[in-house]
Design a protein around this ligand. Structure first.
Ligand SMILES: [Zn+2]
Length: 335
């Protein structure tokens, strides 16, 4: 290749991969949250921050693409899917017990923060999680790898009090980072809603109260993003059976309630017109990458929904096609 051609190619690659300097994406995971109960809490005016996000962007229920016996509707499966942008058939985390060894590697499908660190290590990433599997080397985790720049990772005990304390600590850690400024992508996890379902059931006032407490914490996170333009995505890993007693297996099965997740999003790049968006949980990972100007792996199951700036989508798909072509060329050369 001539020097001139090499320079042109290098410039093209730079243009394709250079992340927008102001691109910032926050993903908030609220474990085991029923969409129907969230609507109730919003109707009562007790989830003003989630309601505000839905007003400014969109909020939709979405049915998980899987069910047992293929894959159980539990947290290890759900968060592995959301983090990696591929369904259980690809990442291999399928079991009912939240113990699958595949959570850490996910068959080579990294979490979205790790993918950012692999492609653009200078971008600043953080996570704040209090379910052990997400951030710690326990029970087959961590689902979010140690490549993340700043990890606040703990494991709450199986009590409502412990998850309330852990969720507040996640929130406080993330608020401190967001207030300091300069972060570009983060994942914050809140677990108390699911814990209440396991201890008391989701058909209870305690469950809707926990949704309201989580909304307050989300409000603290949103307040800390003021001054920078953030794209905010809120999602859940699974729903719950409609029970008024606590059960370890309050979810995991194939009913519609258990398989119902949701995606709420607002901020830079998110369409306000819900008619042009159908967001699934596997779309979260490619959306995060698209916002920071990076390509998704060629075999992702989702697509970016942050496409109101059409450039985002076109740029992402162009970059994805380019990386797919490059992988093909490498494979041919290797043969
Ligand atoms: Zn659970």
């Amino acid at each position: 290749m001539s020097a001139r051609r090499a320079i042109l190619l290098a410039l093209a690659v730079l243009a394709l991969s250079a992340p927008p300097a102001d691109a910032r994406v926050l993903v908030i995971g609220v474990d085991g949250t029923r969409w129907d109960k969230l609507q109730t809490v919003i109707g009562e005016g007790r989830a003003p921050h989630l309601a505000g996000l839905m007003r400014r962007g969109f909020g939709q229920a979405t049915l998980l693409d899987y069910a047992p016996p293929q894959a159980f509707t539990v947290s290890a499966v759900g968060w592995s899917t959301i983090a990696s942008g591929v369904n259980p058939g690809k990442h291999g985390v399928v079991g009912a017990l939240n113990m699958d060894a595949a959570q850490a590697d996910k068959n080579g499908h990294p979490d979205f923060l790790t993918r950012i660190e692999q492609l653009a290590p200078s971008l600043r990433t953080f996570s704040a999680t209090d379910w052990g599997n997400l951030g710690l080397h326990v029970n087959g985790g961590p689902i979010f790898s140690d490549a993340v720049d700043v990890k606040h990772a703990t494991a709450a005990a199986d009590t409502i009090e412990s998850y309330d304390a852990g969720d507040q600590a996640d929130t406080d850690a993330a608020v401190a980072l967001l207030r300091a400024g300069g972060q570009q992508a983060g994942f914050v996890y809140l677990g108390v809603v699911d814990e209440v379902a396991h201890v008391l059931g989701s058909a209870t006032d305690a469950y809707t109260d926990a949704i309201a407490r989580s909304d307050r914490r989300i409000g603290e996170l949103l307040a800390a993003t003021a001054g920078e333009e953030w794209t905010v995505i809120v999602t859940t890993d699974h729903g719950q059976r409609d029970l008024s007693i606590g059960l370890p297996i309050s979810h995991g099965g194939a009913t519609g309630l258990e398989r119902t997740s949701f995606v709420i999003a607002a901020g830079a790049g998110v369409a306000r017109d819900p008619r042009i968006v159908r967001a699934r949980v596997v779309d979260v990972h490619p959306t995060v990458l698209a916002r920071v100007g990076l390509p998704g792996a060629a075999d992702l199951d989702g697509l970016p929904f942050a496409t109101s700036t059409r450039q985002d989508a076109a740029g992402f798909l162009g970059r994805q096609a380019a990386s797919r072509a490059a992988a093909l060329r490498r494979a041919r050369r290797a043969r």
